[in-house]
Design a protein around this ligand. Structure first.
Ligand code: TXA
Ligand code: MG
Length: 314
């Protein structure tokens, strides 16, 4: 098991040694290492058991520092950064050669994010290198939203987890790329499409596929619990006692209440996003034969939540 604490000095010590640590952010916990150190990057891929064709996000503390490792910022990227950074937004920008091909899996762009989390930002400010960090889950499993989740899954492979409490957003950042004048959403996430379009106008959605080289992490089956997760339908066998239900705001009338969790009894999409992964994990430990779930309204964060549900059930 890893040490879990709030000791920034210890986190810095580990990172300077080339180690990888659990990093809190407002979206999900990251598995962070020095983005300029190839050995640390290699360790990230190993610990996570992640294929090297799936590139990493680079985290830093301010937009000025992004210019250390990015060669160009399109005007609309700058506008989005001004409005939403720090925050749950990742921008794909042309990289400088200080970022190795290991980080970007050979792509010419690097994914850039400034988290909005006090402990993470304090750490990033004190470092003289940015942190490459994927979500701190084994490849293909649900992202972690607490230090304990990280410890449960990767604790035997890392020394230290910086404990920043529960993640307040709860789903990963929205990933945005730029093509000439077009804005492309590669991953729906913690910043709603409506908020993005409010600043830069219409965006295009990149459909996910299992062979999309531009955002390989958008693989269809992702974020999946171990127990079979299915979308509820009228024909589902509710006489079957050993089933769980992950609902939005209302209990399923035909399933025992103690087998159910509601993402937000008040119908609040932000609360639902915050609870999504933690509740999937809880239900996953209950040894149900199957877990049923349902789609949320396709607005605001509901779109990003539905995207996670689609992939967890596929
Ligand atoms: O909220 C988040 O973004 C969290 C926290 C820790 O910051 N990080 C995260 O990282 O979700 P990860 O590695 O689980 O997902 C990053 C996604 C992957 O789908 C990857 O394929 C995509 O970003 N990505 C990274 N660099 C890219 C690039 N240059 N072009 C296209 N997609 C890229
Ligand atoms: Mg991930």
């Amino acid at each position: 098991m890893a040490f879990i604490g709030k000791d920034i000095e210890e986190a810095i010590r580990q990172l300077k040694l080339g180690e990888v640590i659990g990093l809190p952010t407002e979206t999900v916990y990251g598995l962070a290492g020095n983005a300029y150190n190839s050995a640390a990057i290699t360790k990230i891929f190993e610990v996570k058991n992640r294929p090297t064709f799936d590139p990493l996000i680079v985290h830093t503390s301010s937009f000025e520092r992004v210019l250390e490792f990015v060669s160009e910022v399109p005007p609309k990227a700058k506008l989005l950064a001004e409005h939403f950074m720090p925050g749950p937004l990742t921008l794909l920008l042309p990289k400088k050669c200080i970022i190795s091909d290991l980080v970007t899996s050979g792509l010419e762009t690097v994914a850039v994010r400034i988290p909005n989390h006090p402990l993470a930002n304090e750490l990033l400010q004190q470092l003289d290198f940015p942190l490459a960090a994927p979500s701190a889950n084994p490849f293909g499993y649900i992202s972690p939203t607490s230090a304990q989740h990280v410890d449960n899954q990767l604790g035997d492979k890392i020394n230290y987890i910086l404990d920043g409490g529960e993640c307040q957003v709860g789903i990963e950042s929205s990933i945005i790329g730029f093509f000439e004048d077009e804005i492309v959403v590669y991953r729906k996430g913690g910043l709603s499409i409506e908020a993005i379009e409010g600043i830069v106008g219409k965006v295009r959605m990149e459909e996910h596929s299992s062979s999309n080289p531009k955002a390989p992490g958008m693989l269809q089956s992702h974020y999946a619990p171990r127990t079979k997760l299915l979308i509820e339908d009228p024909k589902m066998p509710t006489d079957h006692l050993n089933i769980g239900f992950l609902g939005f705001k209302d209990f399923h009338p035909e399933i025992s209440k103690e087998n159910q969790l509601l993402l937000s009894p008040n119908g609040d999409l932000q609360e639902a996003a915050k609870n999504l992964f933690a509740f999937m994990r809880i239900l996953d430990t209950r040894n149900f034969d199957k877990i049923y779930t349902e789609f949320l309204p396709e607005i605001g964060l509901g779109r990003a939540i539905n995207d996670r549900i689609k992939r967890a059930t596929s």
